[in-house]
Design a protein around this ligand. Structure first.
Ligand SMILES: [Fe+2]
Ligand SMILES: [Fe+2]
Length: 481
């Protein structure tokens, strides 16, 4: 069978020869109706009968894998797509470094592997749930289409993890697959597993921040799992990463367009000080200080997803050959790290200091550092837009000690500059750094939908290019409620 191409003749499109894997096919077909129910209950609200110009993967060849067409979301072909198998692939790190990659689950690491797959799987439907109300307030058909593209692909990522659970983990895998459809983002009794995935995504600026910062955590996790010695997991994650790139593009360009529009409006109105919030808001655009607050919130929530800076779980997963480092194969070291150290930010005598820790237990910190570096690229782009409009304002990432609920800094308060402060000062000043109810209300007041092809809400600029090179007035969604 040709692993590049996807078989669409079956109910569940796939490139894993499902039609000859009766047991797994049966398990997936049994899971399918529950998934469709979940999609209709928790997927995008409204628009289920609308024709959406979506891309669907027809191949896993990175040079050309998607085709675009109008699809009703419930008819989207969610499938199982793994990157092609690499001949003679070896485990690229850990105690089994250099041994052949596993095609079956190594018995001694079964529980750890299952847990990592479940955690990754849980984030995928969670974000769809978080974003389900946004369709009603989309600033354009272009943005509406991008939202739905992200949503259907997160649905597919759930399928990807469910396939692994059902194929490789027997009965407990099937139970976990059912649980993934049972938990709900933000639910008091059965929430999603990770904090950031239980937060609300109340408006489109939040959506762009989420796809920029939180989907980027997903990118880092998928990169680490793409290194896995368990080959089916590696291949799944490698293909997911090609889809994930678009999600972060939506975030980065979304924020760029908001910043752009704000700067244009300030300039037209002759406003010299971007911090003159009342004047800027009166123009019907989102002021830069509020954008900074949203950024502070989403970045700090996303940092928590990396777990504790020092973690024996992370060391165990690495030693076992289950979860590697970002770009593991490009790192020049022994890929085992028995004696290496890594500098970890810690609280020492009431101050934030770098302390050398064994590199193995500091893997979460390292991945988080890689993440921070990746996040910084957006600041450069956004600040360039602000500077070219002639303003001195700069967006920046807050200090990693700011607003944390997990890890070394969870019990202290710090300013975005990393100055430690007491509870009273925090309570007094947090509104300067994190979105307040009034900020949220103001943003919500701008969220009126624009559904005419080629038109955009006045708080956001049009994109530079269309999806699939379509012209500016292309009807990305044919709305049918
Ligand atoms: Fe995803
Ligand atoms: Fe994503």
């Amino acid at each position: 069978m040709n692993y590049m191409h996807v078989d669409y003749s079956t109910k569940i499109p796939n490139n894993v020869n499902l039609s000859e894997d009766r047991q797994v096919l049966k398990a997936l077909e049994g899971w399918h109706p529950g998934y469709m129910n979940w999609w209709s209950d928790m997927g995008p609200e409204g628009f289920q009968q609308s024709l959406v110009y979506l891309r669907t993967a027809y191949s896993v060849d990175p040079r050309g894998w998607a085709k675009f067409d109008y699809v009703k979301m419930p008819d989207y072909r969610w499938g199982i797509l793994l990157a092609p198998r690499e001949e003679n692939r070896v485990i690229p790190f850990g105690e089994n470094y250099g041994k052949p990659a596993w095609q079956e689950v190594p018995g001694e690491h079964r529980a750890m592997l299952r847990r990592l797959i479940v955690i990754q799987g849980d984030t995928e439907p969670a974000s769809v749930e978080q974003q389900r109300h946004l369709g009603k307030t989309a600033p354009s058909l272009y943005d509406l289409r991008n939202l739905f593209q992200v949503n259907v692909e997160e649905g597919r990522h759930l399928w990807a993890m469910v396939y692994l659970l059902q194929k490789y983990f027997g009965r407990d895998g099937r139970e976990e697959a059912d649980e993934l459809l049972r938990r709900r983002s933000g639910d008091a009794d059965s929430p999603r597993m990770l904090g950031a995935f239980n937060e609300a995504t109340p408006d489109w600026l939040s959506f762009f921040m989420f796809t920029y910062f939180t989907d980027r955590d997903g990118k880092m996790q998928l990169h680490s799992l793409a290194q896995s010695g368990f080959d089916p997991l590696s291949r799944t994650c490698r293909f997911m990463l090609t889809e994930e790139a678009h999600h972060m593009f939506v975030g980065e360009t979304g924020i760029s367009r908001v910043v752009q529009r704000t700067c244009e409006a300030m300039k037209e109105a002759g406003i010299a000080d971007p911090a003159d919030i009342a004047k800027v808001r009166a123009l019907g655009v989102i002021d830069l200080p509020t954008i900074q607050k949203k950024l502070n919130l989403h970045y700090s929530l996303s940092l928590d997803l990396f777990g504790s800076e020092v973690s024996t779980n992370a060391a165990n997963a690495f030693n076992a050959g289950i979860k590697g480092r970002y770009r593991e194969t490009q790192i020049e070291d022994d890929h085992r790290l028995p004696n290496a150290t890594y500098p970890v930010l810690k609280l020492v005598d009431g101050a934030i200091k770098r302390v050398d820790e064994p590199a193995l237990t500091a893997l979460n910190m390292r991945l988080r550092d890689d993440y921070t570096q990746d996040c910084a690229k957006g600041m450069l782009r956004w600040n360039k837009i602000i500077a070219s409009a002639g303003y001195g304002f700069k967006l920046s990432l807050p200090n990693v000690a700011f607003h944390r609920a997990i890890g070394e800094f969870r019990d202290i308060h710090a300013t975005p500059d990393g100055v430690l402060i007491d509870d009273a000062s925090w309570n007094k000043r947090r509104g300067e750094w994190l979105p307040s109810t009034a900020d949220g209300d103001f943003i919500a007041s701008l969220m009126t939908p624009v559904t005419e092809a080629g038109k955009f809400a006045p708080w956001i600029s049009p994109p530079k290019v269309g999806i699939d090179n379509k012209p500016g007035d292309f009807e990305y969604v044919k709305i049918e409620m």
